[in-house]
Design a binder for this molecule. Sequence first.
Ligand SMILES: [Zn+2]
Length: 365
Amino acid sequence: MIPTHAKLAVYEAPNSPFQIREYPLRAPQAGEVLVRIRMSTICRSDIHSYQGHRPNPCPGVLGHEIIGTIAALGSGVDKDMRGDSLAIGDRITWSEYFIPARNYFTDVLDLPQKSPGVEKYGHMAVATSPHHHGGFGEYCYVLPQSWILRLPEELSDEEATPINCGVATMIAVIEAAAIRVGQTVVVQGLGLLGLYGAAIAKARGARAVIGLDTIGERREQSYRFGVDFAIDPETTNRSDILHQVRGICRPEGADAVIEVCGAAEVIPLGIEMLRVGGTYVLAGVVNPPAMVTLDANLLLRKLLTLRGVHNYHPRNLVEALDFVVANRRRYPFHELVDAKYPLERVDEAMADAAERRVLRAAIVP
Ligand SMILES: [Zn+2]
């Protein structure tokens, strides 16, 4: 039975404390799925929204890296993306976004993630029906024109929850970087995205992955996720970094450099690390403005490719799940979700995540 009401953690305005409030639940409508949330992890973009760095309607409900079990199915939803049947009690993940309808971006450009009117879970005002559309709560409606995947039993909640944002995004990034067997990759930023990026690059056959991060613990941890050489960009000067990168990526630089640290000032150094014909992918500088001064002549002279990645194609969600299932014994993905909090302690979870005291905080309602 579906309860008549369920809890959500709501914030009135940026940086104001969360309040636990109850909102009505109804039976899912056509094309919807009602999910009992098992876990929701705090993504950097939740923190950006909460701190007011990106416009988010308030009072709001956050959380888009979510998994849960099906509590009720609306009419017309009986299969996941793969065609596997969906039933009450199944544990699922789903795309972090949904779209109003098929359109030019879905049918012609093959960029559904950029469809006009695209909305993201955990990015809407709580007043917007059906209220439960974010991860920091007990229930969430998976809305029509979302992409759903049933989760295999062997995956733990800790391994499964980051799949629909962190992992799928990095699958899209590595796809954009077009990493090939034997290539070399530099990852600027060894947070959750950087660690998955290193592991995915290795799975695509990269022979060497170099990671840069100012936090020593993250550099240490990165060696267990496919990074071969971790460099501290704060204590190593620019010419030494370039010298080291060129030494590893012989003869003259990296095949691909990936920015996942969210700091635009790292871009010029990243571009310098590339070989002729290399590819630079931006995925961390998600908030405007991200101004940078760079020598555009280098782009031209070195025949570089510059790519941006924001959101991901639905196929990347399938690939992300399959990647984690296939590589969970090779890389300790379960340890990336390193702190759990009940819904009532969302404030503490957000503070720990914002201050980087934990890598991925999880709300377990
Ligand atoms: Zn996210």
